[in-house]
Ligand binder design. Structure first.
Ligand SMILES: [Zn+2]
Length: 447
């Protein structure tokens, strides 16, 4: 049944494609752009550059400097950035485009599965882009759907961030409702074959979860196969043994922050991470955990953000909003609340290992809306003691390093033109990143 439905969607979209293309031409880079006047934080971590000029030709940054030192080409379309802060486009390394904040996963998977590719993922992608996020890692989605959406975005047919896709994650045992985005592995040969299948299909990275339930041979088979193809591997890491097993097998990044029942990370786990700190990245997705008590106890009004209503089709909006009516009754929320008192301690512990901090939000999980996720993670980093500049670099410079994308994450000549302009000073308050004035991705002005 499901296969038939999916096939139906493929057929419809193929037929509809030429019409859609005619109605809406793909987004194209302006030939020459100049962003003039604002304060530039370029991603390298040095002092900001006041009265900056950035010249973009096609999809590349051609020149960066101060007003008076860098000439604005006469043919350029000039965008004034006066009074604003200019930064590299944000990179969110942990998002889920197939979910948009609904509280009940099983209901979501049953009810909306046939609308992810055509309706849900494009909405999520657009929301992230307009929030200043120009690159994401999507870490878990049905293979054909996420690759199709990635390609439509890359061709400029729909607005969205550049998608680095894992497709389905690899896991020892998949719940039946999740089988399409969670592939089981049974033995090292099978692990190698499934990884190969994902790579051959065109994924950009591999994600493993519950790897403490895999044998080390299975996990090593996955990591070796991915690395041989030049792909990085990221590992879900709630449990201590997940981290141990991931580090042993040589994964490149670990996701999330500790488990509910544990007050902190044990010394041996921290020692293992410290040992690998030159090459290991950590994506805490920590704000998603603070978000529940914040929303319920402090600011329930955020559930009435007008973007939630305006971005979703009315019936889906009603369903999402209704699901969040009594968050305190959700089992998931109960569990999260128990984790909160231990989070700051775990964050400091993991930071003390010297592991490289990157930004990821779990955007799309209950109450964590794509239009409002990424800036919050940076805000929480700062609240937990990270300097504002380091927080910004965790969402720009360092993700680009993890992805081995030297053309992303910084504003400098030769880089791809992924640039955002925000109203305010993020070095004073990360809330400035909520106020996105302009978004440029790959030389295209989206906002
Ligand atoms: Zn996630």
């Amino acid at each position: 049944m499901r296969g038939k439905v999916v096939f139906g969607i493929v057929w419809v979209s193929l037929v509809a494609a030429p019409l859609a293309a005619a109605a809406q031409a793909p987004a194209k880079a302006e030939s020459v752009l100049a962003l003039v006047g604002g304060r530039l934080i370029d991603g390298y971590g040095g002092p900001p550059l006041e009265n900056s000029v950035i010249v973009v030709r096609g999809n590349r940054i051609e020149a960066v400097g101060r007003q008076g030192e860098v000439a604005v080409p006469p043919e350029a379309r000039v965008i004034s950035t006066e009074g604003h802060t200019v930064l590299p486009g944000l990179m969110d390394m942990h998002v889920h485009l197939m979910i948009v904040g609904h509280a009940d996963y099983d209901h979501w998977f049953r009810t909306y599965r046939d609308r992810w590719r055509e309706v849900i993922m494009p909405i999520a992608a657009r929301e992230l882009l307009l929030a200043g996020v120009t690159t994401v890692r999507d870490v878990g989605a049905p293979l054909e759907d996420i690759l199709a959406v990635r390609e439509r975005i890359a061709r400029g047919e729909i607005p969205g961030p550049r998608v680095i896709a894992s497709g389905p994650f690899l896991q020892k045992k998949a719940p039946p409702l999740e089988a399409e985005f969670c592939w089981e592995v049974h033995g090292a040969e099978d692990a190698r074959a499934k990884t190969k299948r994902l790579i051959d299909a065109g994924v950009d990275m591999i994600k493993v979860i519950d790897q403490d339930q895999m044998t080390l041979e299975e996990l090593k088979a996955i990591v070796e196969t991915a690395h041989a193809a030049g792909l990085h591997v990221t590992a879900h890491a709630h449990r201590n043994e997940e981290i141990r097993q991931g580090v042993r097998a040589g994964v490149d990044s670990i996701e999330h922050t500790g488990l509910a029942t544990q007050p902190g990370y044990p010394d041996d786990v921290l020692a293992m991470v410290r040992e690998r700190n030159a090459t290991l990245y950590w994506c805490p997705t920590i704000e998603g955990l603070y978000l529940y008590p914040y929303t319920v106890d402090e600011f329930p009004e955020r559930l009435d953000d007008p973007r939630l209503k305006s971005d979703l089709p009315p019936a889906i909006y009603e369903d999402v909003r209704r699901s969040l009516e009594h968050p305190e009754r959700m089992a998931y929320f109960q569990l999260v609340r128990r984790r909160v008192p231990t989070l700051a301690q775990k964050f400091q512990q993991m930071r003390s290992t010297g592991v490289t901090l990157i930004t990821g939000t779990d955007s799309g999980i209950p109450m964590n809306f794509h239009f409002d996720s990424t800036w919050r993670e940076l805000d929480t980093f700062v609240r937990l003691g990270v300097s504002p500049m380091d927080a910004i670099r965790a969402a720009t410079f360092w993700p680009a390093k993890l992805l081995k994308r030297d053309d992303l994450g910084t504003v400098a000549p030769g880089k791809l033109a992924d640039i955002i302009v925000v109203d305010g000073d993020p070095l004073r308050s990360m809330e400035a990143l909520r106020h996105v004035v302009h978004v440029i991705k790959d030389g295209v002005v989206y906002k």
